[in-house]
Design a protein around this ligand. Structure first.
Ligand SMILES: [Zn+2]
Length: 107
């Protein structure tokens, strides 16, 4: 039995002797490839295969970018809404003016 250190969560994972394969950490579910110690200075090597599940959480920078997008969308949405109301107001004014004009002209 060989004990490898999970590259994702630093937990120890028991592996069969001489196994060169892809293993899944029981603690964090992360996958890693394991190359056993082959002697002649070749040390056993653990290769992370799947991204660290913890890294799936947005980091500080990503949170700021997401926040920026949300803020921008909210501001743009607000401005767009105000413009829409103004636009509709002027359309109504134009319609009322047109109706008034046509009534005045029909007399
Ligand atoms: Zn792990």
């Amino acid at each position: 039995m060989v004990t490898a250190t999970c590259p994702h969560c630093e937990g120890s994972v028991d592996l069969p002797d001489g196994a060169t394969d892809v293993f899944t950490c029981l603690k964090c579910g992360g996958q890693f490839g394991y190359l056993p110690d082959e002697g002649e200075g070749m040390e056993a090597e653990v290769v992370p295969l799947a991204p660290d599940p913890m890294k799936d959480l947005p980091d500080d920078y990503e949170r700021k970018v997401i926040f920026g997008f949300k803020l921008g969308a909210t501001i743009l949405g607000g401005i767009g809404g105000v413009f829409l109301v103004i636009f509709l107001y002027y359309i109504c004014e134009a319609l009322l003016f047109g109706i008034g004009l046509s009534i005045a002209l029909s007399r």
